[in-house]
Design a protein around this ligand. Structure first.
Ligand SMILES: [Zn+2]
Ligand SMILES: [Zn+2]
Ligand SMILES: [Zn+2]
Ligand SMILES: [Zn+2]
Length: 482
């Protein structure tokens, strides 16, 4: 811990114990929007390869030009560079995996591999084959919370089964199944999903220093990945002596939804400034807008609350009442359609997916408030399918429909909002709506240069696109004037 404090001091950070929260990361100087507060390489990480088609390279997570490790047939590489960079660790992993019969090898999931890699990396550091540093050593993993006393019986059984498999594969008598199970519990509340710049998940990694950072539903910082490197950037001015906070979950949702997600996955009750407003008028209103029903009067955008007898919902603006049974009927129709909806897109039948999601959308428009998260998610699915089919004009229309909800549910500087402006701008650019493209791409750049930095290939490309759009817009303007 002292070593870590010293290493963090050079980065203008310090770890303190906060009662009720445990270890927390604080700044010892001011940080400004877009500045990297801390970046860290994974202690261990794996791509989220499963039995299905999409395999990724173990080194860089790419999906192209892959070949299987010829010995274990479990791990994939894009070329010799990645194979070499992973070799010290994979040499040991390959050995233990190759001992398994083929059928057993199929049960080696990404989580199992992450655990194998954890123990193998510890061994390599113990034997000084891989160097340890103050910010890269197994003691940091030991310091992570496991919440063993809070997990359910069901989870415990699952962790024990997985631990059993790891124990069988490693065949190291000195480690116990109990210890491995505890580490699975640690993974559940500490491991991070590694995403690309557009926030699509690629894999899972353990970043023990980043794991010290606590959650807030209104965070001052954001965690993004550049390849496998985790970077925490300031979203706003973070003064000296402030606790660094990121969000562990998708924050678009009511207080109840957010708290449920945090309790289930991270086993704590959030007391952030947003959650501590729970039950107050503003919070009740916002929750009813995001996840509640719409007023019967189509022109009214009031929010509905349950009547005191519990039999209906009443608009708080105009007083109109919606019957519970009528609501239930539409909700059931939506539920039935939703069960069907995911099937066609998993088969690659995007046209059929659009048909079903459009039916859901129509019902949701009748049922939910205009700013409903459910409606936003359905439109997001339609947008994705339209993009797959390269129906750019309709995709743009859907993208524009989602923007007002994004603006409502996310803070002004949030990667999701920035990426939605980016999609909008890109579509406008393809479609020749140059002036609109300039506006959308500018909004995207204003956000993403803070959340992603300006050095990533993604943002660099975006900046080039914006420059080209600007040049074309002024060219169009000048030719109009002539
Ligand atoms: Zn690679
Ligand atoms: Zn291998
Ligand atoms: Zn909260
Ligand atoms: Zn009303």
């Amino acid at each position: 811990m002292e070593d870590l404090q010293r290493a963090l001091k050079d980065r203008n950070l310090t770890v303190s114990n906060v009662p009720g929260k445990g270890r927390s990361l604080f700044t010892t100087r001011d940080f400004y929007p877009g500045e990297v507060i801390i970046s860290e390489e994974a202690y261990v990480c794996v791509p989220n390869n499963n039995n299905s088609s999409h395999k990724r390279c173990d080194g860089c997570f790419t999906t192209t030009n892959l070949s299987k490790c010829s010995r274990c047939h479990v791990v994939w590489y894009c070329g010799t560079a990645c194979q070499k960079s992973e070799w010290k660790l994979h040499r040991l992993e390959c050995e233990v995996l190759s001992r398994l019969d083929y059928d057993k090898r199929k049960s080696v999931t990404p989580s199992i591999r992450l655990m194998l890699k954890l123990y193998l990396r510890r061994k390599l550091q113990d034997e000084k084959i891989i160097p340890s540093t103050a910010r890269d050593n197994y003691k940091l993993v030991e310091a992570l919370v496991a919440h063993m006393s809070d997990i359910t019986e069901e989870q415990l059984v699952l962790y024990a089964q997985m631990a059993n498999l790891v124990h069988l594969i490693l065949q190291w008598p000195e480690i116990t199944i109990k210890e491995i199970a505890e580490n699975f519990s640690k993974f559940a509340c500490n491991a991070h999903t590694i995403c690309d710049s557009e926030l699509r998940p690629l894999g899972t990694g353990l970043y023990p220093v980043v794991s010290i950072i606590n959650h807030s539903c209104l965070p001052n910082s954001v965690l993004v990945f550049e390849g496998r490197t985790a970077s925490v950037r300031a979203l706003q001015h973070v003064p000296k002596g402030t606790e660094v906070m990121i969000s562990y979950i998708e924050t678009a949702g009511s207080t109840v939804t957010r708290q449920k997600a945090l309790k289930e996955q991270y086993l704590f009750a959030c007391v952030c400034p947003l959650c501590s407003k729970s039950g107050q008028y503003d919070d009740v209103r916002e929750n009813a807008i995001l996840e509640g029903y719409r007023c019967k009067n189509e022109k009214c955008d009031g929010f509905l609350l349950r009547t005191t007898d519990g039999k209906a919902f009443q608009c708080q603006d105009c007083g109109l009442v919606r019957d519970k049974e009528e609501i239930k009927k539409i909700a059931t129709e939506i539920k039935l359609l939703s069960e069907e909806a995911s099937k066609p897109s998993s088969r690659g039948n995007y046209q059929e997916a659009i048909t079903i999601y459009t039916m859901i959308e129509k019902l949701q428009v009748k049922l939910y408030h205009t700013f409903s998260i459910n409606l936003m998610q359905t439109r997001e699915m339609i947008l994705k399918s339209l993009m797959k089919l390269e129906h750019w004009r309709e995709a743009l229309a859907y993208c524009k429909l989602t923007i007002p909800i994004y603006q409502r549910v996310y803070p002004a500087v949030h990667p999701m909002l920035g990426l939605q402006y980016y999609t909008c701008g890109k579509l406008e650019w393809y479609l020749g709506d140059t002036e609109e493209a300039v506006i959308s791409l500018t909004k995207a750049v204003d956000i993403l240069r803070i959340t992603h930095g300006t050095n990533t290939p993604f943002v660099k490309e975006l900046l080039v696109m914006l420059e080209e759009a600007r040049a074309e817009a002024s060219f169009k303007l000048s030719s109009k004037e002539e």
